[in-house]
Every structure is written in structure tokens, then in C-alpha cells.
Write a protein of this length. Structure first.
Length: 325
């Protein structure tokens, strides 16, 4: 399921673009998340070589925080040698800060600015990082508990580029399973195990306590909270969505083409409104995701939901209806 999800997100966010040429800059730390992401990007490059020309750039940031960092060049050299043997063409960029960066926050700011400069100079369409669902909920918890705020619209130096995190719906252990099954080369950074760093303490200690004593599915719960916060704070430039919606006798008809052109968050809001019109309140994330999947992927279908609600799709229209019997 996680593999299908990654393929779906990459295809929807990147490879469905009408452009014949795509220039992708991918951040590589050497860990499981970024390695897995690059593997899937290369997979798409091979599958779509007849349809699109995909240029891949790999950028690595060296912080030299510990002795393990000295072994990274050997690992990266072996990784690039393997790609060369497989006849995979990539452009590699590597950078070291001119002055030591003592904190995670300063390191992150330096990396984001570096990604933006490289993307701008070498004309990359998208910047991709391997942040997972766990990374997103860790950030949320640190902002909410430690700093006392959460800003889903926080601006970054990458705001003028297509900055994507395709793995934010995938758990870290799922990524590890994929890497282990396919025997992808990984570099274990001992910095991630150091409880001297605030994020590592949240990951290794706080989440362990929350899982053991309060909620084993704490990551999923926080992910849903994050999505709700994003949807509430989302400010659409175009509020005229009524043209996509027609309702008559428990049948809601949606213009499929116009619906799929809306921002993803606005699509979710619209689907939730449709269910509420039919009397189905508090619809879970699973059903909304099903609607998104079927509306964007399946050409003709009939899918049955709870409470006698069904979704029927054709080439141009989507019909959400409720059976009164």
C-alpha cells in the first residue's frame, strides 16, 4: 500500500505535468527516506523516458557534526558509482557551510537557502525532500508543545519554487521496509540517535511514552490534526466553487475536470461539504482520500460508501448520490 501511495503522489504532483521536460532537484542525506525517494524518482525516469525528458539533480549537505560524517563521502561515491553502472544520469551537488552551524534551526535555514539558490541557478522545476509523516508530526509537536504555535502557512526560502515532500503520507518504518526489501544502500547517521538534539528527544523519548501509555496511533492522530489545521487556515484566491456543484434529489453532480483543477485542500473541503449535504457528517479521512483517488485516477467506476452513499464516475462527471431505500 505504501508503494502505491508513493507512486500515486509522485504521479499526481510531478509527473502529470504537461511539460515534456522536468528538472528535479532531490536532497540526499544518505538515510532511508531520501534514498527511497531518489529510487522512486529514478524509477519514474526510466518508465517515462519515451514521454518526458527528466533531468535529475542530487544535492547533499555536509554538516560535519560527528565522526560518522567523515565516512559519508565514501558512501556517496559508492552510490554514484552504482548509478553510473546502471546508466542513470544525474548531476551531483555537495556543499559544506563556511562556518559551523551549531543548531538544527540554523542548519535547516542554511539548507533551504542553498536548495533555492541551486534550483534558481540551474533551472530546476521542483525541489524534493524525503520528509515523512513522522517528520511532519514531530515538527508539529515541537511547534505546538515547545514553541506554543503551529503555522501551516509558514513561508520558506523555497516559496518561489515547486517545493515538494512526497513522502509525508508514509511512515518511517514503511520506508525502511521498502529499502530493506529492495536492498537499497543506506547510510546510518548516528546524529539521529543523539538525545542532545531537541528533535531526537521528541522522536526517541516523547513519542515512545505517548505510544506506550496514551495512543499507539499517535502519529496518525496528529497527522489528521495537521490536515484539519491546514484546511482551516487555507485561503483560496478563488472562492467561486459553486459552478462545479449541482444538487437535486440527493444527487450531487460535479464537473470532474474543473474539480480536479482545484487546489487539493479545496477539493477535500468540497467533498466533505457534499457528504454533509447528503446527511453524512464527520466523514473520516479514508473516505475523502477514496474520493480524491477515484476522481483523479479511475475513468469509469461505481464505488459504495457508508450510509447508502455511492460515487459514480464518467469521463466528464462525478455523481455522489444517496439511496433512500
Amino acid at each position: 500500500m505504501s508503494i502505491k501511495r508513493i507512486l500515486y503522489v509522485l504521479n499526481k504532483d510531478i509527473f502529470s505535468e504537461q511539460k515534456k521536460e522536468l528538472n528535479l532537484l532531490v536532497a540526499l542525506s544518505g538515510g532511508q527516506d531520501s534514498t527511497c525517494l531518489i529510487f522512486f524518482i529514478i524509477l519514474f525516469q526510466r518508465l517515462l523516458f519515451n514521454e518526458k525528458q527528466i533531468r535529475i539533480g542530487i544535492i547533499h549537505c555536509q554538516h560535519n557534526w560527528n565522526i560518522d560524517s567523515l565516512n559519508k563521502p565514501n558512501y556517496l561515491d559508492a552510490w554514484l558509482t552504482l548509478l553510473k553502472k546502471l546508466n542513470v544520469k544525474v548531476t551531483f551537488y555537495s556543499s559544506i557551510p563556511s562556518i559551523p552551524l551549531p543548531t538544527e534551526a540554523k542548519s535547516r535555514h542554511w539548507r533551504l537557502n542553498l536548495f533555492n539558490r541551486v534550483a534558481k541557478k540551474y533551472n530546476y522545476n521542483f525541489i524534493l525532500t524525503g520528509h515523512t509523516l513522522n517528520d511532519e508530526v514531530e515538527t508539529f509537536l515541537m511547534q505546538q508543545v515547545i514553541r506554543g504555535f503551529f503555522n501551516p502557512q509558514k513561508k520558506t526560502p523555497l516559496q518561489n519554487k515547486g517545493y515538494l515532500q512526497p513522502l509525508t503520507w508514509i511512515h518511517r518504518n514503511e520506508i525502511l521496509d521498502i529499502c530493506s526489501s529492495w536492498q537499497l544502500p543506506l547510510f546510518a547517521d548516528s546524529t539521529n540517535q543523539s538525545i542532545l538534539l531537541p528533535r531526537s528527544r521528541v522522536r526517541l523519548e516523547l513519542f515512545s511514552i505517548l505510544k506506550a501509555f496514551y495512543n499507539p496511533q499517535i502519529e496518525n492522530s496528529l497527522k489528521q490534526t495537521i490536515q484539519i489545521q491546514k484546511e482551516k487556515n487555507y485561503l483560496s484566491k478563488d472562492n467561486e466553487i459553486s459552478i462545479h456543484l449541482f444538487c437535486y434529489k440527493n444527487r450531487i453532480v460535479l464537473n470532474r475536470l474543473k474539480l480536479n483543477q482545484l487546489p487539493l485542500i479545496k477539493q477535500k473541503q468540497l467533498w466533505r461539504q457534499c457528504f454533509e449535504v447528503l446527511g453524512a457528517y464527520n466523514i473520516g479521512f479514508y473516505w475523502i482520500e477514496k474520493c480524491l483517488f477515484y476522481s483523479q485516477i479511475k475513468k469509469q467506476f461505481i464505488f459504495y460508501f457508508i450510509k447508502n452513499i455511492q460515487l459514480e464516475g464518467s469521463a466528464n462527471w462525478l455523481v455522489l448520490s444517496k439511496n433512500q431505500n
